[in-house]
Design a protein around this ligand. Sequence first.
Ligand SMILES: NC(=O)c1ccc[n+]([C@@H]2O[C@H](COP(=O)([O-])OP(=O)(O)OC[C@H]3O[C@@H](n4cnc5c(N)ncnc54)[C@H](O)[C@@H]3O)[C@@H](O)[C@H]2O)c1
Ligand SMILES: [Fe+2]
Length: 386
Amino acid sequence: MISSIALPREIRIGAGAIDQLPDVVIGLGSARPLLITDGFLASGGAPERLVQSLAAAGLDADYFDGTVPDPTTASLESGLRAVRDHGADLLIGFGGGSPMDTAKALALLAVRGGTMRDYKAPLRNDAPGLPVVAVPTTAGSGSEATQFTIITDSESDEKMLCIGRAFLPVAAIVDYELTLSMPARLTADTGIDALTHAVEAYVSRKNNAFSDDFCLRAISAIGGHLRRVYADGTDHDARSAMMQAALHAGIAFSNSSVALVHGMSRPIGAHFHLAHGLSNAMLFPAVTRFSLDSATQRYADCARALGCAAATDSDQRAAGLLVDELTRLSVELAVPTPELSGIAPQRWDELIPLMARQAIESGSPANNPRVPSVGEIEKLYSEIYR
Ligand SMILES: NC(=O)c1ccc[n+]([C@@H]2O[C@H](COP(=O)([O-])OP(=O)(O)OC[C@H]3O[C@@H](n4cnc5c(N)ncnc54)[C@H](O)[C@@H]3O)[C@@H](O)[C@H]2O)c1
Ligand SMILES: [Fe+2]
């Protein structure tokens, strides 16, 4: 079988790698970079300092801090103005998945025009936009190495998956020290997101030998470090391992795919504005239980990599242990049910048919080892509410 693999041209990884941002940007031939970030990170001063370091290297740099969590089509409008006003020739996505995804979307819109709805899956977008350098400050989305961006349509509240090489950063700077400031809740949510990427990429119908290796490495590292980093955010070894695992998981799912958890999670995030990793976590045990019999051996491999099953356990038993472990992890990382997160039962029930339809339309459920019907998705949404 031939797999088509796409990766950033360069990844600088390690403590202090952020100091090499000017070198990377100059190496890409940019003279007018624009850093894309959010207000919270800007209030800490890091974007300002990065712009100063770029200016000291002779570049005409500026930053835009108007991105929002789970970026929307409306939030891109001011970003696009900032890109045009600055005459930017390269964008730096600095932050979690949201600023990185915003930078990717702006990079395409600046060159190709139109709106993000014109570019949503199943359409592929391979022609390049402006070059993007991705600098993650969370250990989760893996967006620094993926050929995806996810933008919510402000009119319909649909979280649109957009696919293609156009969204693959040309370079990434992966410096775990940028994640030391993450509070425990964000650490847990983003860490579970990375675990979901790795497991879904491994069991996906699009799995391949190249991405498999990245999946298992990521799962194993997360199994060994997620609880540790949640308990102690100053644990450098655990932060470093989680950062690399998130990158590996991003490489894995970018070259395989995500599946039903992500397909069902995006509508929850869009309609109820829950953190992306949190809505994944709410679904992960139930969707895994639903899918288990269609890829028992693959789920068993995940369980062994995660460290919750032994090599001597049968595949059947190991796969079952994975569901137990995901359930336990949710409890230990204080993942609430939709009910406990304050969503009213009537509102949840009312939106189930629309969420199920949006999940199917995203295409991700079709990659699941057990491809669900609309009715089965609706049932899963009902099941996880409490
Ligand atoms: N493109 C992809 O391949 C891909 C993959 C997964 C998720 N996503 C998207 O990424 C988004 C979620 O990204 P995320 O979970 O990384 O969070 P985020 O970017 O939405 O950030 C969440 C919050 O954390 C803050 N934050 C970021 N870094 C911090 C740090 N070091 N210390 C303290 N606070 C910090 C931000 O300011 C923000 O308030 C969603 O929109 C999701 O759909 C994209
Ligand atoms: Fe994700």
